[in-house]
Design a protein around this ligand. Structure first.
Ligand code: SF4
Length: 373
């Protein structure tokens, strides 16, 4: 499962694989349309569609004006929850409801690099929103020619988010994406300079909006007017905006574990930092136990309880015997045997056939809390 943005919610994956890399030439140039002659522009736009209310409304406003829409959704493998219930992402649900074509891009690899080293820094937690949006819009710009679109649309609202939706940030984002004049934000367009689709008459500025600030009431009222009653609860952004999750990501970056192979582990279970190399992850319930099992890799130590039901747990980083014992005592703490003198734990090295066992004293609460992330 995935975390995505625009503007951010959860989703699934489908492909659009013939994409060029965002660092290809002309990133800071304008779209291919001649800036002095816009007669070749048409009423077709790429809309960044996360599936959240803002992007749904931005899409709807374009459709109401007769603009043909191709929806674009960016996903990164950070989350192992989310779309399980319905089997489809919020963007897929929204695109179905709106009747627009949806293209989804998995940008996990590039997202990891953006999170590690954003040019414009992180927000309150570890969310690199300005860089992230520049990235997505650069890719949207690259796709304009392929999709036959003349401009790009987002559901951004001036002042809705402290980092990336300030006026100066909105300006930086459109400039750095190479979309100055070609990026339309219908929900707050009247508070911004007119864009080329507006001045060229492709879009009626009078029908665009002037929503500002963090309250979602205007959007909810608009949704009601459009008869849209199914949309995700407004969230503050992706998982990276969550302080607890950000702590795990910072830890993973510090210990060089923030990579494609292990990124999905970050959103599952309880996490314990045991050494520079070793981290223990313990499932909190059956669902997480199953997810953890699907994320193990060769060389991981896998723990199970010998004498009672217990969590699935993974110890990473090729640990030695002492470390396995320490981890086993933490696993024992998270079972019914927490208060016994000793507990028997079974474990194996993933990729090998033999199962081993050891007796441990369940860890004390202070030891558990001392290494918990
Ligand atoms: S980093 Fe910011 S812009 Fe990117 S997905 Fe997360 S909340 Fe959205």
């Amino acid at each position: 499962m995935w975390v995505c943005c625009g503007l951010c919610v959860w989703g699934g994956r489908e492909g659009w694989h013939n994409l060029t890399h965002p660092n290809s030439p002309q990133l800071d140039s304008q779209p291919r349309t001649n800036p002095h002659n816009h007669s070749d522009m048409n009423k077709k736009a790429i809309v960044l569609l996360s599936g959240g209310l803002d992007s749904i409304l931005a899409t709807k406003l374009m459709l109401e004006q007769g603009v043909e829409v191709v929806a674009l959704n960016f996903m990164a493998k950070l989350c192992m929850c989310g779309a399980k219930k319905t089997g489809e992402s919020a963007a897929q649900t929204a695109s179905r409801m709106l009747g627009v074509t949806l293209k989804t891009i998995d940008f996990t690899k590039d997202f990891i690099e953006i999170v590690k080293n954003p040019e414009y820094g992180h927000g309150a937690n570890i969310n690199p929103c300005i860089d992230c949006k520049i990235y997505m819009l650069r890719r949207a710009k690259e796709l304009m020619g392929q999709a036959g679109a003349s401009f790009v649309v987002t559901g951004e609202v001036l002042g809705e988010r402290p980092m990336s939706q300030r006026k100066d940030a909105l300006d930086i984002i459109q400039r750095q994406a190479g979309l100055k004049g070609f990026l339309l934000r219908p929900l707050c367009a009247k508070l911004l300079d007119p864009t080329i689709p507006e001045t060229e008459g492709l879009v009626d500025r009078e029908k665009l909006l002037d929503i500002r600030g963090r309250s979602r009431k205007p959007q909810m009222a608009l949704a009601k007017k459009f008869g849209i009653d199914k949309y995700p609860t407004p969230a503050g952004g992706c998982l990276l905006t969550d302080p607890g999750f950000a702590r795990r990501v910072k830890d993973a970056i510090k210990y060089n574990e923030f990579d494609e192979e292990r990124i999905a582990l970050l959103s599952v279970g309880r996490h314990f930092r045991l050494s520079d190399k070793n981290k223990l992850i313990i499932g909190r319930d059956d669902k997480e136990n199953i997810l953890l099992e699907s994320l193990k890799v060769k060389g991981d130590i896998i723990f199970n309880m010998a004498d009672c039901p217990g969590p699935y747990a993974i110890l990473t980083g090729l640990p030695d015997e002492a470390m396995i014992k320490t981890a086993a005592s933490l696993v024992a703490y998270h079972t019914k045997l927490r208060n016994v003198t000793t507990a028997k734990i079974t474990y194996w090295v993933e990729g090998t056939d033999s199962t081993l066992s050891l007796q441990v004293v369940p860890a004390a609460l202070k030891d558990v809390e001392g290494c918990r992330l």
